[in-house]
Design a binder for this molecule. Structure first.
Ligand SMILES: NC(=O)c1ccc[n+]([C@@H]2O[C@H](COP(=O)([O-])OP(=O)(O)OC[C@H]3O[C@@H](n4cnc5c(N)ncnc54)[C@H](OP(=O)(O)O)[C@@H]3O)[C@@H](O)[C@H]2O)c1
Length: 271
């Protein structure tokens, strides 16, 4: 067993799928542990094509991935800490759980923190990761490969940048959806049939993402410029959005996510 997974819900499940799709690990090299709800663990393992493993076997894993909700971490640590091997490689994708808190709950392990986003589920995600103390070069290579199996992986300078990754990427698929919602609502309010308005916004959004994906040298700024002919409708729309505070609104949302993440970290650190 190479990778033991504590928590295999939406996000960790997507990482597991990406590791399988990239042939980084085989199904029999990934085990899901769930002593809280063994039936859920077995079902998740079956759905993902991996194995269900007992907590006692955690110590035999090369690495442990923790993907429970931050508020469930203390209980999970209590449940499993005795099964960890000292110095084991542990990847945490939990928002708000610092290296300090991980060490406090699990002891001296080789910790890596990652912040993936939902795009990992379609192998188009982006993951920022920070390396903790004592992680070896070989362990880091494995962690990079695991994070990169779901799309792009970027090593961060320190864990302080995790909150920024949450603001820019962990949460941002929801911002893009919010823009599509706002656009559909504006067209519907202007008299367009709501289902058509939603379809126009959604398909335009998907097409834009595909254009950017198909040409990695094309930046969003350049694509926007190409679409915005001088004195045309798009330029007029963008100018109006800018005048009414679009950039400020997005920046405020980003900063709010960062602040919220920092506040969560502080709260869990103090518990
Ligand atoms: N969703 C995102 O976009 C995203 C992005 C980046 C990072 N994250 C991080 O990913 C983590 C998981 O988020 P999620 O959205 O994937 O949540 P989720 O779908 O609710 O998954 C959490 C999983 O943890 C399991 N779990 C809880 N306590 C457990 C225990 N004691 N033993 C074994 N399994 C346990 C739950 O299993 P049962 O309920 O079946 O027992 C569930 O499958 C969070 O820490 C979050 O900060 C999420």
């Amino acid at each position: 067993m190479k990778l033991a997974c504590i928590g295999a819900g939406n996000m960790a499940g997507a990482v597991i799928k990406s590791a399988l799709a990239a042939n980084l690990l085989r199904g029999d090299e990934i085990g899901i542990v769930n002593e809280r709800n063994p039936e859920h663990g077995r079902l998740a393992a079956q759905k993902l094509g991996v194995t269900y493993m007992k907590a006692e076997d955690i110590r035999f894993a090369d690495a442990v991935m923790i993907g429970v909700k931050p508020q469930d971490f203390a209980a999970a640590a209590e449940m499993y800490r005795s099964f960890f091997r000292e110095g084991q490689l542990v990847l945490s994708m939990m928002a708000g759980i610092s290296f300090k808190k991980l060490k406090k709950e699990l002891g001296d392990m080789h910790f890596v923190r990652s912040m993936p986003n939902m795009g990992v589920g379609v192998l188009c995600g982006v993951t920022g990761y920070a390396i903790g103390e004592n992680v070896t070069a070989a362990e880091e290579r494995f962690m990079h490969a695991l994070c990169a199996s779901g799309g792009t992986a970027i090593r961060l300078k320190s864990e302080d940048e995790i909150a920024k990754v949450i603001g820019a990427a962990g949460s941002s698929p929801a911002y893009f959806c919010f823009l599509a919602e706002a656009l559909a609502a504006a067209a519907a309010a202007d008299g367009m049939e709501p289902d058509s308005a939603a379809a126009f916004a959604r398909e335009a959004f998907i097409g834009t993402a595909e254009l950017l994906k198909n040409d990695s040298s094309l930046t969003p700024t350049e694509l926007r410029r190409r679409i915005s002919s001088k004195k045309g409708t798009t330029e007029a729309a963008i100018d109006r959005m800018a005048e009414t505070g679009f950039m400020e609104s997005v920046a405020a949302g980003y900063l709010r996510a960062v602040e919220k993440s920092d506040a969560m970290t502080k709260m869990f650190d103090e518990q």
